[in-house]
Design a protein around this ligand. Structure first.
Ligand SMILES: C[S@@+](CC[C@H](N)C(=O)[O-])C[C@H]1O[C@@H](n2cnc3c(N)ncnc32)[C@H](O)[C@@H]1O
Length: 253
């Protein structure tokens, strides 16, 4: 298993991070509500989600789907898909399948909307993945993909740890800054929408767990819990650790 497959073998790491966003986000609108408020979904749409993870976005929100709509939730990790099933259980409009975005096992022009949130930066051959998305979209279909920006949580973490001689990776292969260029190679129109938010953390160990949950992805293996706790505690103002967030999405046609 490679690093990304190990990271997402089970939902544990992702759930740790989702919980911190839910508990400490400054913007009162839940991220899933914001994401879905940007989608245009028709009552009979065929919708494909790639890298759906735990399907957290759909939890309690399946009423937004039309009665005759069909949602195909997919992920390359069967462990993630199991959790997605639990979170959307029993809805006859939803089906599940293990799929790698680089090789989508569906016919050309079979979906009205395709979704790939917070996952394109993990794809080894991004152009292959995006050409597969384009292939399975019907003419006039929409592709929605959320991602992070380069001035968000990881920039803050890296800046904090630099004082301790530790540097991880900032940025990536698909961010709010560079994603539009990649999408422009495959879609006629690409629109970017961003969201204002941040974390106000009152219990530093929670943020330490967040950083540790993805240390193998961000190149921060050298930073252990004790060092992270000390570094972040020093950044607190009146007992609160303020962490910037930068998230948004692209809408492509
Ligand atoms: C950060 S999680 C995001 C999950 C979900 N989309 C969300 O926004 O909560 C990334 C997900 O992408 C999946 N993934 C990574 N590479 C993939 C690939 N090549 N094809 C399909 N899924 C992939 C992982 O298994 C994981 O569930």
């Amino acid at each position: 298993m490679n690093t990304i497959e190990m990271q997402y073998r089970t939902p544990e790491n992702l759930n740790t991070r989702i919980a911190i966003h839910e508990k400490y986000s400054v913007n009162p609108q839940p991220f899933g509500d914001w994401i879905l408020s940007n989608y245009t979904l028709g009552p009979e749409d065929r919708i494909l989600e790639l890298g759906c993870g735990t399907a957290d976005m759909w939890k309690g929100r399946l009423s937004l789907l039309g009665d005759s709509a069909r949602l195909t939730l997919t992920d390359f990790s069967s462990g993630m898909l199991l959790s997605a099933k639990e979170n959307t259980a029993g809805d006859p409009r939803v089906e599940y399948r293990v799929v790698d975005i680089q090789n989508i096992p569906f016919e050309d022009a079979s979906f009205d909307a395709v979704i790939a949130n917070m996952m394109l930066y993990h794809v080894p051959d991004l152009d292959k993945g995006l050409s597969e998305v384009r292939r399975v979209l019907k003419p006039g279909g929409r592709f929605y993909c959320a991602t992070y920006g380069e001035q968000g949580i990881m920039a803050f973490v890296n800046e904090t740890l630099r004082e301790y001689g530790i540097s991880g990776r900032v940025g990536g292969s698909f961010t709010l800054q560079n994603g539009g260029e990649a999408l422009g190679r495959h879609f006629e129109t690409v629109e970017k929408r961003t969201r204002e938010d941040g974390l106000a953390i009152t219990h530093v160990p929670d943020f330490v767990s967040y950083v540790l949950s993805m240390s193998s992805l961000s190149g921060l293996e050298k930073a252990d819990a004790a060092l992270l706790t000390k570094a972040f505690a020093e950044k607190c103002v009146d007992g609160i650790l303020y962490v910037p967030k930068e998230y948004g999405m692209f809408i492509c046609r």
